[in-house]
Design a binder for this molecule. Sequence first.
Ligand code: SAH
Length: 378
Amino acid sequence: MTVEPREELHPVARLPEEWERWTAELGERSFRAGQVFRWIHARGTTDPTVMTDLPLSFRERLAEAGLAMPLRVTEALRARDGTRKLVCDTSRGGRIECVLIPMSDDPDDDPEDEDGAWDGRVTLCVSTQIGCAMGCVFCASGQAGLERGLRADEIVAQVLVARQHLERGERLRNLVFMGMGEPLHHYDETARAIRLLTHPDGIAMSPRRITVSTVGLVPGIRRLGEDFDGKVGLALSLHAPSDSVRNGIIPINKRYPIADVLDALRHYPLPKRRRITIEYILISGVNDDIAHARELSRTLRGLRVKVNLIPMNPISATALSSSGASRVDAFREVLASEGYSAFVRKRRGDDVDAACGQLVLRERLERKAARACSGGCS
Ligand code: SAH
């Protein structure tokens, strides 16, 4: 029986102990492993020529081994509200994007922070797959289908390149896995990426500043909770108060119905005072009735959650549209009167198609639909 050769770990995906195996093979001393890891992850470079505290022979070996970032920024688009979208070509093939979002001084932007005033905090939204297999009807990634999952190095590299696009006074504060793809579908790569991102010798992000957003893959939610002791933030894209509504817009709900997903949330080992985020897109005539809001508050009863209400971003693949502002407010009022923390999230970066892989996916969707878009689809 032949065993598929496993693709060798990309250097950017190696943890310090994995670098140690590599340095040992080269006859280098083990502390070199930590040095390379720090160059890549703390200082953000894969150029061996600048790694001046390493012996020349070792730097040459790194260069021979082809040490390089697995992706390259090809376009940086800036929206009027300061949101920046980075479009990146990956060396394994395929295009991805990530979005830098300066958090405004609107306290609703980061409800868990008391201070409110903007101090340069930026949230980065990363992609975990090219396209997505989940098929949610309102989502551009879902409609395009899955091309491939990203490897851990490609997830981490989005953070490394995004840091180079921070502007004066800005600092990367939060990281959300809310770009293209379902992070718990390729759990192992997502988990490795989190290990790399939180490593104290690297980027050293606090796990509580990382939020993984999921459509509700129950086994993945359990593993994430166990592997990181509940320290990594969790967001659930619920978008419906009942299975009958959710089945119509989120196909995977038939496999993992709401009761099972909420049960997994209940068992997520959340630290004290932390809450799970429930995301709820408001889609006109689908899930935005006052009766839906009441049902939602019953469904969520007893869970430690906050609810983010998001008016749906229009996408070209569907005629579904956002609820109007008064409907959104009324929906929020119902949840607030039932004792929930409920926030309406503003759309950010509309003029650069910042939402959920829309820019990259537009091309693919249009090819798929096999009809030309005569420039009017922006
Ligand atoms: N697969 C993960 C993360 C990627 S999508 C998840 O489902 O959570 C990130 C968020 O954007 C999800 O809440 C998703 O439902 C939402 N989203 C997708 N399409 C959208 C649209 N057209 N308008 C507003 N939000 C959208």
